[in-house]
Design a protein around this ligand. Structure first.
Ligand code: XUL
Ligand code: CO
Length: 441
């Protein structure tokens, strides 16, 4: 294959194809049929599936109790530039074999950080020009870029929210370089996940100054990118905790407040991650709905948590029924604005074969595809929409409609209530709604 150059990292694995649910081939899609049209769009266009560089190419499975377990045949070269090129070759081989169109990265997933800002920038520029060629040859595109302002010890007290201006400025320089890289690669969006933007103890924290500084910082990043011609959308990715106890962008509602409080609503939307939603004690579909209702449903980081664990396990999605509830919100709100579905997920530490990475992404894509089909069938063929409409039918005509259009006063409510006596009891029919979802799955 011309695309692969001399090296092939995933030997013995060819292009992953759709073979339908009767197929016994583990290395085939059973439900994700990229060209199948659902609700007026191909699955490929609905999802814009992306591979997350940090997990898939960099994550060898280390955890607080032990080192990585996976032997990746790339990134072994002693020269960091060559190691980064190998990693890029592996990335593009993988993405192309999966038949996906997109990838996402943090700056220092692409190449190791250098010993100084100047050296780091040189390294990033080197790998960006290498990736540019790979994008051109393969047709793979950059869904979003971001900057890792949370791993390096210099950010232990935060990046944009750091109490020391020198660190804030250092983060600014890093974000400028990451924005330049994203723009050079025609990145469609840029993400801010506030890794250490939060606090552990209020005793040593000036919360107002830290949050206002984040607002100033985001505005600077936006102004710079716009001045360089960037047309894409910026996303904030909410997360309630981990690494800090109190993250400033706790959930969708909190992040929407950040966006509005600092005048960013024309440029920023949200990137909603499943496991971050559940850590915030919300469902994924709740977070999608909050974002959609604000006109800010931009992108998705697909994964799942574990119901018995209270941390960010970043497992691949596999729950069709839960994802179907999310796809109902997705379809009814018109999909994602500018973003896509990025598999921010990692294989388990004891999944050590290279083909496990394929199996994981196949499972994730099939889960979303099957869930989309369920949601579409529920909307198109079931009594669901009718039932939902009827539940709110009292606002469609008469006094209810006048209330919705703002024509009534509190005295009008009093008059209506006085004339009508005790309202009749109306069942919420939750079990019926749940049964419909089950029936159409
Ligand atoms: C962390 C997380 C990040 C962001 C990008 O939980 O989700 O990988 O997606 O920084
Ligand atoms: Co994420």
């Amino acid at each position: 294959m011309a695309l692969l150059g001399e090296k092939e990292f995933f030997k013995g694995i060819g292009e992953i194809k759709y073979e339908g649910k009767e197929s016994d081939n583990p290395l085939a899609f059973k439900f994700y049929n990229p060209d199948q049209v659902v609700a007026g769009k191909t699955m490929r266009d609905h999802f814009k599936f992306a591979v997350a560089y940090w997990h898939t190419l960099c994550g060898t499975g280390g955890d607080p109790f032990g080192p990585g377990t996976k032997q990746f045949p790339w990134s072994t070269h002693p020269d960091p530039l060559k190691a980064a090129e190998d990693k890029a070759d592996a990335a593009f081989e993988f993405i192309t074999k999966m038949g996906f169109d997109y990838y996402c990265f943090h700056d220092f997933d692409l190449i190791d950080e250098g010993g100084s800002l100047v050296e780091s920038e040189k390294r990033i520029q080197h790998i960006v020009s290498y990736l540019k060629d790979k994008q051109e040859v393969s047709g793979v595109k950059l869904l979003w870029g971001t900057s890792n302002c949370f791993s390096n010890p210099r950010y232990m007290n935060g990046a944009a929210s750091n109490p020391d201006f020198d660190v804030v400025a250092r983060a600014g320089a890093q974000v400028k370089i990451a924005l330049d890289a994203t723009m050079a690669l025609n990145g469609e969006n840029y993400v801010f996940w506030g890794g250490r933007e939060g606090y552990m103890s209020l005793l040593n924290t000036n919360m107002k100054l830290e949050q206002d500084n984040i607002g100033r910082f985001l505005n600077m990043a936006k102004d710079y990118a716009r001045s360089q011609g960037f047309k894409g959308t910026f996303f904030i990715e909410p997360k309630p905790m981990e690494p800090t106890k109190h993250q400033y962008d706790f959930d969708a509602a909190t992040s929407i407040n950040t966006i509005r409080a600092y005048g960013l609503e024309n440029d920023f939307k949200l990137n909603i991650e499943v496991n971050h939603a559940t850590l915030a004690q919300h469902t994924f579909q709740h977070e999608l709905q909050v974002a959609a209702d604000a006109g800010m449903l931009g992108s998705i980081d697909a994964n799942r948590g574990d119901y018995q664990n209270g941390w960010d396990t970043d497992q691949f999605p596999n729950n069709v029924m839960e994802t179907a509830e999310a796809m109902l919100v997705f379809l009814k709100s018109g999909g994602l604005q500018g973003g896509g579905v990025n598999f921010d997920a990692k294989t388990r530490r004891n999944s050590t074969d290279l083909d496990d990475i394929f199996l994981a992404h196949i499972g994730g894509a099939d889960t979303f595809a099957r869930a989309l089909l369920v949601a579409d069938a529920v909307i198109q063929n079931s009594p669901y929409e009718d039932l939902l409409g009827k539940r709110y039918g009292s606002f469609a005509s008469g006094k209810g409609a006048e209330f919705v259009s703002g024509k009534l006063s509190l005295t009008d409510l009093y008059d209506h209530a006085s004339a009508n006596g005790e309202p009749k009891q109306t069942s919420g029919k939750q079990e019926l709604f749940e049964n419909i979802l089950n029936q159409y799955s």
